[in-house]
Design a protein around this ligand. Structure first.
Ligand code: SAH
Length: 354
């Protein structure tokens, strides 16, 4: 039994079953035993691989898309270049390298990383050594200047709650105890004003997920961009409108029972992009675009061909596989989506349509 399992059991014994959100919060970010707090989970030897770790092309193209938005908004002389949940810092490193030749961009940029995990902050510091970086715990602490921001696989790590529709209202899915072991259960049904709008497109038995912490983050980003200018790119798995159970645990690249090993498996849920767009009041949002389409429009194939010029096998085979993995509809190309947010009246971000 992990130390976190013991803590969770004690907590449930004392105060009763907990929401999926409370369970996720402890599992991911508990100060001593949390998944992100205690390790670097990425890569072949870790639990999962994300797009920046698949190919340098991902961060390069995102850096260039944000730099183009900076050019389109008449090059503010001081701005924040921010990333939410930067993992190992690979995306930011690739974005900075790709944008080095854009006159004035680096001189105007102040890099800010929003990261909760001390372990991953240290990892980011190593990846970005030589770059002047400021770490913050939340977007509230960003300076009041134009904000050009990217979030890749950040929102999927925020705690969700799950509700099952019932004739008598909504039952919340919970983590409780059965025979002394962690087990899923559900609360008694109750009406829920927050989900009144979901009565129209659900039937008894359907599950709906909500992600309360995403809203203030998006609102704060939108408020900054509306006031000072900038743009945000949100990339994640998910859909426009959430429906069904998407809560999942990954360990060593395989799905596992989320209750089996608290603190040792990555926990995520699909992102409800409609909820993010609705929270971003005062901005224009792009069409939700599949990652493969977005990267192709940004020229990933031309970039892949240019990089391939200097490669021989087996690196070349790996490079070709990486291009496919990022773009192909049966790999990450369709599952992952991109949402762009820009000030009203500004051109849409490169690779995205209104
Ligand atoms: N963007 C990276 C990492 C994705 S994993 C990549 O694509 O590889 C999720 C990241 O978000 C990790 O860096 C994790 O520590 C961070 N994170 C999770 N919850 C957070 C929170 N509430 N506040 C800040 N960072 C958080």
């Amino acid at each position: 039994m992990t130390p976190l399992t013991q803590l969770l059991i004690r907590r449930i014994k004392t105060t009763g079953p907990i929401s999926i959100a409370d369970f996720m919060t402890d599992c991911l970010l508990h100060p001593q035993h949390g998944y992100y707090t205690t390790r670097d989970p990425f890569g072949a030897a870790g639990d999962f691989t994300t797009a920046p770790g698949i190919s340098q092309m991902f961060g390069e193209l995102i850096g260039l898309a944000l730099a183009q938005a900076w050019l389109d908004q008449v090059r503010p002389s001081r701005f924040t270049l921010a990333e939410l949940g930067p993992g190992r810092g690979t995306l930011m490193a690739d974005a900075l390298r790709a944008t080095k030749a854009i006159p004035g961009f680096h001189a105007a940029a102040q890099v800010h990383l929003v990261e909760a995990s001390p372990t991953l902050r240290a990892c980011q510091q190593q990846t970005l050594s030589g770059t002047d970086v400021t770490w913050v715990g939340s977007t509230d602490n960003l300076p009041d200047v134009p904000l050009f921001l990217v979030a890749n696989e950040f929102f999927d790590a925020l705690p969700i709650r799950q509700f099952i529709r019932d004739a008598g209202g909504w039952r919340e899915r919970q983590v409780g105890l059965t025979d002394g072991k962690l087990a899923f259960g559900a609360s008694d049904p109750a009406p829920l004003a927050e989900l009144a709008h979901r009565l129209a497109d659900t039937n008894p038995g359907d599950m709906v997920e909500t992600c309360a912490p995403a809203r203030p983050v998006m609102q704060d980003i939108a408020d900054r961009i509306a006031r000072h200018g900038g743009a945000a790119l949100v990339i994640d798995y998910g859909d426009w409108h959430s429906k069904g159970d998407t809560f999942q645990a990954l360990q060593s690249h395989r799905p596992v029972d989320p209750l089996a090993n608290p603190g040792n498996a990555d926990l995520t849920a699909h992102v409800d992009f409609e909820a993010l767009a609705n929270a971003a009041t005062g901005l224009t949002h792009s069409a939700l675009t599949p990652q493969g389409v977005f990267l192709e429009r940004l020229g990933i194939t031309a970039r892949a061909q240019a990089l391939a010029q200097n490669m021989t096998k087996p690196a070349l085979d790996q490079h070709i596989a990486a291009h496919r993995r990022l773009t192909h509809p049966q790999e990450m190309g369709s599952l992952f989506k991109v949402l762009g947010l820009t000030p009203v009246g500004s051109p849409p971000l490169s690779g995205l349509a209104p």
